[in-house]
Ligand binder design. Structure first.
Ligand SMILES: Nc1ncnc2c1ncn2[C@@H]1O[C@H](COP(=O)(O)OP(=O)(O)O)[C@@H](O)[C@H]1O
Ligand SMILES: [Mg+2]
Length: 255
């Protein structure tokens, strides 16, 4: 069975989609077969892997709403990166929340949909929208690990309490072994708040915080514009190397 990892944080712009794309690309680069799942109606992951979300008819939406008629295999596409596959999304997915909520077992819809293909991949990475609604809950229910990107800045910790509360609920409601990992992103050593936030994170989350730190650099925005993960766009940049290093921690965790 593959390892399923969900990237979540209800705050937008913290590096969820970037982390999902970079981890997926870095693992594919070392020969792992990877599925990246876009669970955000904004299609940030789909875009950062070089696709136009509007160009797809068959997306994560169809898989969630009608997995019998639309098996997940038909919606998955190849990317330009060997070994990396994508379940794309677009604005259609915005309708899924309302449609799922009436269903029995709505929170395990994604988990069930991924089940038939889980053995086809070494790892699956799920990119969540910036909210704690139906879609993120489905992402958390399906995963063994939740990676929470946190900006090392003032106020970044505020939302974590709420997220922690949701994760506790998820553990009680059917995913008791869900592991938490904190990833420090957009790290700016010059900012006066950084040290405080880092110390606070280590105090609260201890060894659940990854050693690897992703620094703030303009190269990420450049690579996003180019529709390529930094792993490909600036192969030997510091950002690419940081995500490769993180990959080693992720792999070690899986053992
Ligand atoms: N380490 C980083 N340094 C600088 N910019 C970054 C970094 N990581 C991501 N970005 C940029 O920040 C923006 C938001 O990142 P994104 O991954 O889309 O966040 P989210 O998915 O949480 O909304 C994007 O333009 C992205 O290119
Ligand atoms: Mg995003």
């Amino acid at each position: 069975m593959s390892e399923i990892c969900t990237i979540a944080n209800q705050k937008g712009g913290v590096g969820k989609s970037t982390t999902c794309a970079c981890l997926s690309a870095a693992l594919a680069e070392i020969g792992k077969r990877i599925l990246a799942v876009d669970l955000d109606p904004q299609g940030g992951l789909t875009t950062s892997l070089g696709f136009d979300p509007d160009s797809f008819q068959n997306t994560a939406y169809n898989v969630l709403i009608n997995s019998n008629e639309s098996p997940v295999r038909t919606a998955i596409i190849e990317t330009e990166i060997p070994n990396l596959f994508l379940l794309p999304s677009n604005l259609d997915l915005a309708g899924a929340e309302g449609e799922l909520i009436g269903e029995i077992g709505w929170d395990k819809t994604l988990k069930d949909a991924l089940f038939p293909i889980a053995q086809d991949y070494d790892s699956i990475f799920i990119d969540c929208p910036p909210s704690l609604g139906i879609l993120t809950t489905n992402g958390l229910m399906a995963a063994q690990t939740v990676i929470i990107p946190v900006q090392s800045e003032y106020l970044a910790l505020k939302g974590l309490k709420e997220l922690n509360r949701v994760i506790s609920k998820i553990r009680k409601k059917g995913n008791p072994d869900l592991k938490i990992r904190i990833l420090r992103t957009m790290h700016d050593a010059r900012s006066s708040h950084t040290k405080e936030v880092i110390e606070e994170l280590e105090k609260i989350f201890g060894d659940q915080v990854y050693q690897s730190v992703i620094k703030r650099t303009i190269k990420f925005a450049d690579s996003a514009l180019a529709g390529k993960p930094i792993i490909l766009y600036a192969k030997s940049s510091e950002g690419a190397e940081a995500y490769r290093q993180l990959t080693q921690e992720v792999l070690k965790d899986e053992q």
